[in-house]
Write a protein that binds this ligand. Structure first.
Ligand code: ADP
Length: 740
């Protein structure tokens, strides 16, 4: 202790020390506080750190397990990828193996049309075995194909084909092409656009199909030749059968006209009807075989449909009369009657339908109805139906009856004859005409067969059928038992602007008010209305009006004044002629009229026929006529006779040995031209069905034809149609001639 210090008071020193200690204590305290705070901080840090470490450790743990899961996944995916790759390789290999096994060629081109892949068949088409290493274009392939397909052909041919092949792949729809390679293989090249503009090319191997087609076409040719031979055979056979049949049927017809005992008449009638039945069967079989061989052609020409219908009805009239059934026609009054169509075939259809209707009807009526509507350009849609009140057809048989050789097998049907070909032929004919057929039927009630065809009219279409010359009559009394007949006749007459009163019977007519004031009485003959008796009754009650008796052909005209016959069913044109004739009665001829007619020359008819029997049949058929008839037995004789006789009409047999009917006609036509003579009407006599003959017959300069066996009525009407004005009427005045 220094002096100074020693000099300080002890108290001071004590105070100083205390202060110093206090300060030190405060400092210590502060330091301790700071230390504590630092410790607290540190502890907090330490805790945060440890939490962080824990957290990081957990993160690490998660990351590790995720990494492990990923590793597992990757290896699984790698496995799957490996498997998928293997599967893809297998699929590709399979696909290619499949493409290699098919007999067809397959190739794929990219959008620049460079070959990407092709199977061996495709490569073989261009003469390659393996896929070429060098790039090869579609165009080069076509060049190579052309070389192999047209080896011997000119360069232009190859070039043209090449150009066409390339041009066709421009569009989206690529047309297939057939190629015949030099090695005997045939392919159909079918190319398609694929995805990304690729071109997929498929070459179908059609070698077998081509060979089969060649075999088939050979077989077809053989079959066609056989069918032609069959048709020719049938045609010849039918000719061979028809010619002698002409003799049989014609002679039987003539025999029936002579005086015979009942037994002889029965025999002669049987010969005639059996012969006709046989001819119908021959015609059916011939037609059917022609249709089957698709050799049946239609020969359209202008014809009168109404007349055609009436002719068919007239033909069937005798069998209808036997059964006492009436056959009626209802022809739409606002239709033209002349159309362009195959008259023979339309007639055949009508004959089949009406023939069946008459055959299968025992009582009542058969009604043929023709209605039509204009379809523009002068074409008419015609609906032709044939309705009967016959045995009818059960619904289950309706489809079958149009089949060939098909007939309804039932008690009610068995008694009827037939081939079962008629409806099959009818339907085929309607088909051939572009039409349709239908049938409705009720067993026990009747049937209605109909067909629809479109035919052009052969006459200018006028509205209605107003007669060209006004008919001066005003009132007509119609007498007909059947209501249908009354309606039809009434309608027909009313279209001429006449007033009609219709009655059911003669008695009703006689009692009808105003009967004495009518201008015409049109009465339909029937079992209950005897024409002659009716006219007598009329006259007795003071009714003097002219009477027209509508009767079936063959009816005789009562020998009474003011009576006319009109063919039943009544044709519109015939009705018009009758009304016209009654409106403008011919001026009575001077007393010498008949005498004058007798002084005129007879009509000259030349018949060219090589068969003696047929000559005899012909001369017998015209024996009643007042004509000058000559015969020639061959073509040369015919030309000579034509020169000598200068006939008004020639009947020409078509099938003759040496110069046939056509050649003979040509020779006569040439001679006429050379001598500047007008053409003589030539009517062909043909044994063949008219359809096959029709076109060439008319082309050969022949005017008409008649089919053998000849019918007396057909010959008679032909002669009458061609009687020249300066010749005597071939029918003598004492014969019935007042038919309209
Ligand atoms: P076919 O008359 O020669 O037997 P089709 O072919 O003309 O031959 O007719 C076939 C069958 O259809 C006839 O046999 C008959 O059973 C039936 N048939 C045809 N038309 C009629 C009809 N109008 N009424 C009743 N049955 C008919």
């Amino acid at each position: 202790m220094n002096r100074a210090e020693t000099g300080l008071s002890y108290i001071e020193r004590l105070a100083r020390e205390r202060r110093g200690r206090l300060a030190a204590e405060r400092l210590l305290e502060q330091k301790q506080r700071e230390l504590f705070a630092a410790n607290v901080q540190l502890a907090r840090h330490a805790r945060a750190l440890s939490e962080e470490v824990v957290e990081q450790r957990q993160g690490l743990e998660t990351a590790r397990s995720e990494a492990e899961a990923l590793r597992d996944q990757t290896s699984e995916m790698l496995g799957e990828l490996e498997r998928a790759n293997a599967a893809a390789r297998t699929a590709e290999r399979r696909l290619w193996e499949a493409l290699e096994t098919i007999r067809d060629g397959f190739a794929l081109f990219d959008k620049r049309q460079r070959l990407i892949a092709a199977n061996r068949v495709y490569l073989s088409m261009i003469g390659e075995e393996e896929m070429p290493l060098a790039e090869i274009a579609y165009s080069d392939i076509v060049t190579r194909l052309a070389e192999r397909a047209f080896a011997g052909a000119a360069t232009e041919v190859r070039q043209a084909w090449h150009e066409a092949m390339i041009a066709r792949i421009v569009g989206d729809e690529i047309e297939p092409r057939v190629i015949h390679l030099g090695d005997g293989r045939h392919f159909r090249l079918m190319d398609r656009r694929g995805a990304f503009g690729d071109l997929v090319s498929l070459a179908r191997d059609i070698t077998q199909a081509v060979a089969r087609e060649a075999e088939l076409s050979e077989a077809r040719e053989k079959a066609e030749a056989a069918s032609r031979a069959k048709s020719a055979f049938l045609a010849n056979m039918s000719h061979e059968i028809r010619t002698p049949m002409n003799g049989v049927v014609g002679m039987a017809e003539l025999l029936c006209e002579t005086a015979l005992t009942d037994e002889q008449r029965l025999c002669a009638e049987t010969i005639r009807s059996s012969g006709e039945a046989l001819l119908t069967i021959i015609n059916d079989v011939l037609d059917y075989s022609k249709i089957e061989a698709q050799r049946l052609k239609l020969y359209p020409e202008p014809f009168d449909l109404e007349r055609c219908l009436h002719e068919v009805i007239l033909l069937l009239q005798p069998s209808a009369q036997e059964k006492r059934i009436s056959v009626l026609a209802d022809f739409d009054l606002f239709l033209p009657t002349r159309f362009i169509g195959d008259r023979g075939r339309v007639r055949q259809i009508l004959t089949n339908l009406l023939g069946n209707a008459v055959k299968f009807t025992q009582s009542g009526h058969v009604l043929a109805r023709v209605v039509g509507i204009e379809r523009g350009e002068g074409r008419f849609e015609l609906h032709i139906s044939v309705e009967d009140s016959g045995i009818g057809i059960a619904a289950e048989h309706l489809d079958a009856i149009f089949g060939e050789f098909s007939q309804v097998e039932s008690e009610s049907n068995r008694q009827f004859e037939g081939t079962g070909l008629g409806l099959a032929i009818t339907r085929q004919l309607v088909d051939l005409m572009g039409g349709t057929m239908w049938v409705e039927s009720e067993p026990g009630e009747g049937s209605c067969f109909g067909f629809r065809i479109i035919l052009p009219a052969a006459e200018p279409i006028t509205s209605g059928i107003a007669p060209q010359r006004p008919v001066r009559l005003q009132r007509v009394l119609v007498v007909a038992e059947a209501q249908i007949s009354r309606v039809i006749l009434q309608r027909q007459i009313e279209t001429f602007g006449l007033a009609v009163t219709a009655c059911r019977s003669g008695e009703e007519a006689l009692a009808a008010p105003g009967a004495s004031a009518v201008d015409l009485i049109l009465a339909e003959q029937s079992p209950r209305l005897d024409g002659e008796g009716f006219v007598r009754a009329l006259r007795e009650s003071g009714i003097a009006a002219p009477v027209a008796l509508a009767a079936a052909e063959g009816a005789t005209l009562p020998d009474l004044p003011g009576v006319h016959l009109i063919a039943q069913p009544v044709l519109r044109s015939a009705l018009f002629r009758l009304l016209e004739a009654l409106s403008y009665p011919a001026l009575p001829q001077g007393g010498g009229g008949a005498e004058e007619a007798r002084r005129r020359r007879p009509m000259r008819v030349l018949t060219v026929e090589d068969n003696r029997t047929n000559q005899l049949v012909f001369s017998k058929m015209v024996a009643d006529l007042d004509i000058d008839l000559g015969f020639a037995s061959d073509g040369h004789q015919a030309v000579a006779e034509w020169r000598r006789l200068r006939p008004d009409l020639i009947f020409m047999d078509i099938s003759m040995p040496g110069m046939d009917g056509r050649e003979t006609t040509a020779a006569i036509r040439a001679a006429e031209m050379a001598a500047q003579l007008s053409a003589v009407p030539i009517v062909a006599l043909t044994a063949h069905a008219p359809d096959s003959d029709g076109a060439w017959i008319l082309a050969a300069g022949i005017d008409r034809w008649l089919t053998k066996p000849l019918k007396k009525s057909a010959i008679l009407s032909t002669i009458l149609a061609f009687t020249p004005a300066d010749a005597r009427p071939p029918v003598r005045p004492d014969q019935p001639s007042a038919r309209i």
